[in-house]
Structures are given as C-alpha cells and as structure tokens.
Write a protein that binds this ligand. Structure first.
Ligand code: G6P
Length: 647
C-alpha cells in the first residue's frame, strides 16, 4: 500500500432493513447496465452468468464476460438476453477459470451488438473493463487516442476508457499490482462523466479493481472470495456481507482480501454491512414470473411496511427515520412529492391522504418536470423523493434541485444504500425486499402504505381525532388478509383478462383516491401487454374521452361503495349508453353493480384512504394475465428497464 493511501479498517455493521437510517454521500448522474465480477476458488463462469441473470433487469440488450484462464484473457460477448450468452459460453470447452468480470448492457453509446457489448479491451488485449456509466468527453479523447495510433473496434465510450487505462499502464512506474491501480486512477482523472467499473489484467492474476462515480457498485465480501456487483441482490446466493462503495471509492479485490481507497482523498471510510434479505428473496420459486411472485408477496409487503411503526397507544405512527422533531413536523406547511412512473402514482395517492386526513397542503410533480421549473414554495415545504430503486436519474436530479434551494428532502426508497437514500435528509424505507419484475407492483403498495403512516403521524399532530387514528390503525392491520382474499380470486380475474386481451385499447377511470389507481392500472397494462391504455379521473369522461367509447373499447371503472359511488354509477351509464364494455372494481357485497357492468371484480372494504391499496391488486393481476394471454415477456417487457438511470 502506497503511503498516500490510508485505508480504514473495516467495521462490521449489521444493517437492519428495519433501520430507518439514511446515509449521506455525493454522487452525480448515473446510467444503467449491470456489472458482476468474481475472484476466488470457484469456477467463475456459472457465478458470472447467474449474477448477470439477477442483474438483467438493469438492461438486457447484450451481455459479455472476460475470464482469466491458463494465463490468458478470454472474452465472450453476445447480443440479446443473458440466455444467449449462456448458450454461447456453454458451447465452448474452456479451461477452468477462477476470476472474471461481466456485464449486461442497456445501450447508450452504440447500438446493441456483439462488438459493442462489454467487456472492452485495450490495445494489448491484456486489459479488460466492464463499465456502467457514460464517458461524456469520450469523443475528444477518442480522437486523441486514434491520432496516437489506437484502433477501436466498437462505437462505445467504454472502449475509450479501456485504451486510456492501457496507455496509463504503459506509462506507470508503480511496482507490482499497484501499476494497474495507478493506471486506473490516472485514466479516471482524465474522464468526465460517470462510472461503475471492474477491471482486470492478464499480468495481474488474482486482482480485480473496481471504482465508482455516479453508478452503483457494491463489494461482496465472501469467505475466501470477493465480488463486485451493481446491486447487492445479485450477491445474495453467495454472501450477505457487502460494502456499498461511495463515489470516488476505488477498490482492489483479491480472493482473500480487499482494500478501499479514495480517488479524491487520502482516506476512505467504509463499513461492511450485513444484508438481511432471506436467501431466496431474489428467487422466483414456484411462480412463473417475478411479477406474479411479487403480486403474491403483497400481504407481507404491507406487514413489512407497517411493522413496528403503528402506535396504538397514541393512535398514531412512529417514523424514526424522518429525522424531524415533533415541532418540525408540526411546522410543515406543504408537502411536495416527486417521483416517476409507479412511484409518482403512489405519491398522488399520498398527497390526497395528506390533504384529506392530515390537513397538510400536498402536491405531486413528475420529478423530470420539477427539475426545470420555477416553483415558489413556502419555506416550510418539505419534499419526498419516492423511488423503489433509489437510483432513478430524474428523481435524483429533482431531489438535488430541491436541496440546492435549501428545502428539507426525505426519501421513500426500497433499496438500502441507494443514491437517493444516501442523499436524503431522512426518510422511510419500504422493507419490501427485492423487486425484480420490471413492472412495479409490491413497491407501489408499500409506498402507499408508507404515505398512510405519514398521514397518520402528521394528522395526529393536527386535527385528526384519536378515534380516526384508531380506525386507520385497525384498517391497516386488516389489510394483509384482505389482500390475500383478493389474490384468491385470481382465476376469475384471469378469465376477464383473457376475454379482453385482444382489444386495441383499454380505458381506466377512478375518482379521488382512485384516479391514481386508474393511472397505475393503465401503466401496468401498457408496460407488460403493450395494449394502449390510459387512465383518467372518471368525471373527465364527458369532457372528451367519451369519444373513444365503442363496443371494442372496454373501460375499467374503479367504483368502491364510497362517498362517490353514485357518481361512478352515472359514469358507467354514460359508457353503457355508447355500448362500451365495462369492468367494475367494486366493493364486496355490492350486487347492484351487476346492473351496470359486464364484469365485476370484488375487493373488500377498508377506510377510504387505504382503499387504493386493495383496488390496485386485481388490476395488477388483470395486466399480468392479459400479457400472459398475448405471450409477452412479463418480467422483461420490451424497451423498458427497471431502473431508469439515464435522464
Ligand atoms: C421506470 C420503471 C417504472 C418505475 C419508474 C420509477 O420507469 O420502468 O416501473 O415505476 O422507473 O422507478 P423507481 O425505482 O424510481 O421507483
């Protein structure tokens, strides 16, 4: 270890998902793709392929790996899904290898192709790199390298980085393995942009070097083996001990040890944390798809979100991770909720809960829109960035914008150690376990439940009575069983999905709390079945949407027996008069509804503010079965990625 690198001794910290702690750090914009690297005693190829398949949600247009066997680097790459790479690798007889780096790609620079897939090599072919991120100044760098005689075989920005490291390696005078690390340091200092990388070199067997800035990278600490991964869940079968690397961390990993240093400071602090997922949490088990598994996990998702957070004595909730004193909570004048896609829809339910039940002004915005707006807001506004992954670039950008303006920003995240969690002033963890299906399901339910808890907390500090607080707590406690009851009607919902799966378009209507449910249900259908779908407030029907109604265009009307029931019945009559088929999501025991709808899906009754949690469940199943009927790739729909870390 060179003198200027003071490496802190590891501290073993048991990281509880129950913990509400949020961590602090600095990062920049990030992009997708997944990395997994291994060094240890085992045959590396199955480990890399297994890890890649767990990271495939991060991108799936091409994949590749580099291994070191018999003193030679071997690179295998294939356009398409991981299964293509697995077949490709399986066809070749190869000598045993105990170290390697691999990558699943979501194209940013250069089309998906074998040549553009990672890993990329330097001019000597001895150094290989996988990279998640964007080298923003790759064009001038590439021109310079080309003028020096470097030949490029791909259209990627990453290949520029491999050549830069290769060139720095030739120039480095550091002894032994430090030569590789030194070259990586030099090259990283000359690029602008983001990276999570893993690098190895033929002449440095047993060493893999990783570094990050703006793209997630997790170090997995095994028994006599080490890993690097873009996401801790990919490491679950191998180790539960991880170090979430911070921006500008650089790590050398070897089978029996690792060290972490900083690219910008003399010292690097880190913690070895223990992830407490069940070992099979990221496995599909008996379910045909992750999405279905995650839909079925929702009773537990709710239990996990509320565990230890309901306070019956005070008829309130306790949310330690908010990091706000009761006085600060009472002083909040306005809540602004930011997110994208499903997370934003959850926020829309949350904003209504907060206004109706906690008497706090609340609003939502697309994170991507908020970032570029002028928004005069009261000083005592508080922001919530909602994100399952905690890595969505638009949400992260919006969070930073709000913080820049001096507002307190909290996070609602599932992914512990994610960038949004780290950069927030506090927040609530979802404890939902890994969500792998690209279409978000359990994360939505969890986020809405958390807004329910927040409403309870803030409401009880304002005008909400103790009896209302108790009623909400009791309703929360019943929710898991009520969700189970809905899940037991899957066959009925599947039959309805099959009946309508071949339509060109489907409409979703709901009022108040159920308008965001209409949006979310339409999003689910679009995402995985590719059927055109749109959600609207039910009352908007007559203001234009009614022109779309015809016998081939079904409408899902979310119609609980609540204060707006009669209004929804009128909406259905307007649709029926135009011969539009209707699927109603109705309250158990409502027989009347059959006179107004062609198909009825029943859900149990709960308090109005929590009803959206129950109403979305059958609509998730409806989308799932429509997609299945159409033969779609449910867990990996076309063009989508689970975590959109590009702007
Ligand atoms: C992408 C996904 C959506 C998701 C959204 C927000 O668009 O395809 O399913 O809702 O990102 O993701 P986040 O991780 O921030 O909740």
């Amino acid at each position: 270890m060179g003198e200027k690198y003071v490496v802190f001794r590891p501290v073993l910290c048991i990281f509880h998902w129950e913990s509400d702690a949020f961590l602090g750090s600095v990062t920049d914009k990030i992009v997708m793709c997944g990395i997994i690297a291994y060094v240890g005693p085992r045959e590396v190829r199955p480990i890399l392929l297994d890890g890649l398949s767990r990271l495939e949600y991060r991108g799936y247009d091409s994949a590749g790996m580099a291994t070191l066997a018999d003193g030679q680097i071997d690179i295998q790459k294939k356009v398409g899904r991981i299964a293509e790479l697995t077949r490709h690798v399986g066809r070749k007889a190869q000598p045993p290898a105990n170290m390697g780096i691999s990558h699943t790609r979501w194209a940013t620079h250069g089309e998906p192709s074998d040549a553009n897939a990672h890993p990329h090599a330097d001019s000597t072919g001895k150094l290989v790199i996988v990279h998640n991120g964007v080298v923003e100044n790759f064009q001038p760098l590439k021109r310079r390298l080309e003028s020096e005689g470097h030949l490029f075989v791909s259209a990627t920005d990453t290949e520029v980085l491999s050549h830069l490291i290769g060139r720095a390696y030739e120039d480095s005078t550091e002894p032994g393995d430090r030569r590789l690390t030194d070259a990586i340091r030099t090259a990283l200092h000359s690029i602008k942009g983001t990276y999570g990388i893993a690098v190895m070199h033929q002449d440095h067997p047993g060493l893999i070097v990783g570094a990050r800035r703006g793209s997630p990278l997790v170090l997995g600490v095994g028994e006599g083996e080490m890993f690097l991964s873009s996401d801790a869940t990919a490491l679950l079968p191998y180790t539960h001990k991880v170090v979430y690397l911070k921006d500008f961390d650089l790590t050398e990993i070897r089978a029996d040890r690792f060290q972490i240093e900083s690219l910008t400071h003399d010292t690097a602090e880190y913690q070895v944390e223990e992830i407490t997922y069940a070992p099979d949490a990221a496995e599909r088990g008996e379910y045909a798809h992750f999405m279905l598994k995650e839909i079925y996990e929702q009773p537990q998702t709710i239990e996990n979100a509320i565990r230890g957070r309901l306070n019956s004595e005070e008829a309130s909730a306790q949310l330690g991770g908010l990091n706000l004193t009761p006085a600060e909570l009472r002083d909040i004048d306005r809540v602004i909720i930011l997110g994208c896609g499903t997370a934003l829809h959850a926020g829309m339910v949350g904003a209504q809960m907060l206004e109706n039940m906690a008497f706090v002004a609340a609003e939502t915005d697309f994170a991507s829109e908020f970032r570029f707006k002028n928004r005069p807001l009261p000083r005592n506004s508080i922001f919530f960035a909602v994100s399952q992954s905690g890595e969505t670039a638009d949400t992260l950008g919006a969070l930073r914008e709000a913080r820049r303006k001096g507002y307190r920003c909290l996070g609602i995240c599932n992914n512990v150690g994610s960038t949004i969690a780290r950069e927030s002033d506090g927040g609530m963890y979802m404890h939902a376990g890994p969500e792998i299906g690209v279409a978000a399901t359990k994360s939505f339910v969890s986020q809405v439940a958390l807004f329910g808890l927040l409403t309870l907390t803030l409401g009880r500090m304002r005008q909400m009575s103790a009896s209302t607080g108790h009623m909400i707590i009791q309703a929360f406690e019943k929710l898991p069983d009520q969700v189970r009851r809905i899940l037991s009607t899957e066959d009925h919902i599947a039959a309805i999905a099959q009946k309508y799966a071949h339509v060109h378009s489907m409409l979703f209507l709901g009022r108040q709390y159920n308008y965001p449910i209409a949006l979310e249900a339409a999003l689910k259908l679009k995402e995985i079945s590719y059927i055109h779908a749109a959600g609207f407030p039910a009352s908007e029907l007559k203001h234009g949407i009614i022109a779309l109604i015809d016998p081939q265009t079904p409408t899902v009307v979310i119609c609980p027996q609540d204060s707006l029931y009669e209004k929804n019945i009128s909406t259905m009559q307007e649709i029926r008069a135009r011969k539009g088929p209707i699927i109603a999501v109705a309250t158990e025991g409502d027989e009347e509804i059959h006179h107004h709808a062609d198909d009825v899906i029943y859900v149990p009754r709960t308090v109005e503010m929590l009803q959206p949690i129950l109403n979305i469940i059958p609509l998730q199943l409806l989308s799932y079965h429509a997609a299945l009927t159409l033969g779609r790739d449910v867990d990996k729909p076309r063009n989508l990625a689970k975590s959109v870390t590009v702007e």
